[in-house]
Ligand binder design. Structure first.
Ligand code: MN
Ligand code: MN
Length: 355
């Protein structure tokens, strides 16, 4: 954003420094144009047909419940994003994402606050853990799980290994009970039908409960023990790989063994820095921007290249093997997550000494 001498915001125009383009006096959203200088005035090298690879969570529908909210960026919002889908969710202190399961694996990064996560596997083995900022979890497909906000509440990003996933279309305990005859519930659990008089009449999704006590007080003894591979990983506790102009923390099935279908990196690009020209030889890349401002140019072959601007809360996407680079365009570090539907993180880099 640039200001004139009177301190007013200068209205950006679609005019390149060589004079190409012209003034836009028509209907327009100046605030969006200010946020997207590389869409308004693309680099001269941009060309051809690269589909849209960006969608902001701020343009997604909000699901509001007592106990929290969620919104999602899936292939319905961003059609090119077929391999992964993302959900941004917040839970109040004590707010619960109810026990549920789904056909897709769930990978998550805790953004703010703390939560208690629970799961149980097909052999009756328990999992319970408290997670805080920078912690991850991974629930394999079909494994039932729940999430509850602790004293300070929480906000997190969920990533699913299917672009057509929706968190509003999962298998929930409340939903199944509501659509099962009470006589069947009574038979199943060996209790009177009247025990089910006050169950919800549909899916609950998120609800408000009391803040739980210590993790010890919540632990359930199982004769089958606990899950053999932990579902939790402390990503920020990993020492970063420092590079000129930034840092990176990589997590995949080599250091988080349960995470068989999602590999990820937490990337920092310092002001003036750049994630160099590269591509990935395993799968598409799904990005979530955490802080700062940047731009990414995607090269699709056959003369096609296109540049997009990104800021916190944006999702970016790079199809398999497409070349790309990311520049910090702000005055503080740019932080983002990049995820792949893969058991391993893999990059081909176009730098001196590599090829
Ligand atoms: Mn889930
Ligand atoms: Mn990449």
């Amino acid at each position: 954003m640039s200001d004139d001498q009177a301190g007013r915001i200068a209205i950006p125009q679609p005019i390149r420094s060589d004079g190409a383009g012209g003034v836009d006096n028509g209907p327009r959203d100046v605030l969006r144009d200010l946020q997207n200088p590389d869409l308004l005035v693309p680099p001269k090298t941009d060309n051809g047909l690269v589909p849209n690879v960006r969608f902001s969570f701020s343009d997604a529908h909000m699901q509001l419940n007592h106990g929290g909210w969620s919104r999602e960026v899936t292939a319905r919002e961003l059609p090119i994003a077929t391999t992964l889908a993302g959900v941004n969710m917040s839970l109040t202190p004590g707010g619960v994402r109810e026990l549920h399961w789904h056909q897709q694996a769930e990978w998550s990064y805790m953004l703010l606050g703390r939560a208690r996560i629970t799961a149980v596997d097909q052999n009756g083995r328990n999992f319970i853990a408290d997670v805080g900022p920078g912690d991850l979890w991974y629930f394999p497909p079909g494994i039932p799980h729940s999430i509850q906000g602790l004293e300070e509440g929480c906000e997190f990003l969920l990533v699913f290994d299917d672009g057509s996933f929706s968190d509003l279309n999962t298998l929930s305990i409340s939903d199944w009970f509501a659509h099962t005859p009470k006589e069947v519930l009574a038979l199943n659990f060996g209790v009177p039908e009247s025990d089910f008089d006050s169950i919800p009449n549909g899916q609950v999704y998120i609800y408000q409960d009391r803040v739980p006590g210590s993790i010890k007080s919540d632990e359930v003894h199982s004769p089958y023990g606990t899950v053999p591979l932990t579902f939790k990983h402390e990503l920020l506790a990993q020492p970063p790989l420092k590079t000129p102009g930034g840092s990176v923390r990589i997590v995949d099935s080599t250091n988080f063994p349960i995470s068989k279908t999602i590999a990820a990196a937490l990337v920092e690009i310092e002001p003036g820095g750049m994630r160099e020209m590269h591509w990935h030889p395993n799968n598409d890349e799904w990005q979530y921007y955490l802080a700062g401002q940047g731009r990414m140019t995607v090269f699709a072959g056959n003369g096609a290249a296109r540049t997009f601007d990104f800021r916190a809360g944006d999702v970016g996407y790079v199809p398999f093997a497409f070349g790309h680079y990311i520049q910090n365009t702000g005055d503080r570090s740019l932080w983002f997550l990049e995820m792949f539907k893969s058991d391993r993180f893999a990059t081909c880099r176009l730098i001196n000494g590599w090829l």
